[in-house]
Design a protein around this ligand. Structure first.
Ligand code: THU
Length: 137
């Protein structure tokens, strides 16, 4: 089983991210984001961005979705889709590092001008930081 999704699987995951988007809490930016984690045992865990009146406390949809997967005992992440109303939107830098923690091969599914694109997190975050880098301490 590879991390790359078949087109229909990618569409299904992206649709889950779109469904989640409806529950986004984004009263300040008004920029709704939905995310959906797909695990290797084919479960889907959703997340939305959660903003705060103290703007910098905002948490992105991707991190909420991963937290949801981890909370439910599922760390075996295959892919994450992200949905917004922008023509193209990819996970922010902080989320890339957060995703990388669970594997450099995780597939990111996102829309780019009407085309559903898949890239690994290692492609989106070259030389990501990982736990092995802590071992010299
Ligand atoms: N946002 C996400 O949820 N994920 C991203 O990858 C990019 C940004 C949210 C944070 C904030 O609530 C809004 O989008 C505007 O930055």
């Amino acid at each position: 089983l590879t991390n790359l999704l078949h087109a229909t699987e990618a569409q299904h995951l992206y649709e889950a991210a779109r469904e989640a988007m409806a529950n986004s809490y984004a009263p300040y930016s008004k920029f709704a984001v939905g995310a959906a984690v797909l695990t290797f045992d084919e479960k889907i865990y959703k997340g939305v961005n959660v903003e705060n009146a103290s703007y910098g406390l905002t948490i992105c949809a991707e991190r909420i979705a991963i937290g949801n997967s981890i909370t439910n005992g599922n760390r075996d992440i295959r892919a994450i889709a992200v949905c917004t109303r922008a023509a193209e939107a990819t996970p922010c830098g902080a989320c890339r590092q957060f995703i990388y923690e669970f594997g450099p091969g995780i597939t990111i599914v996102y829309m780019s001008n009407g085309i559903l694109v898949q890239k690994t997190i290692a492609e989106l975050l070259p030389l990501g930081f990982d736990g092995s880098m802590l071992l010299h301490l």
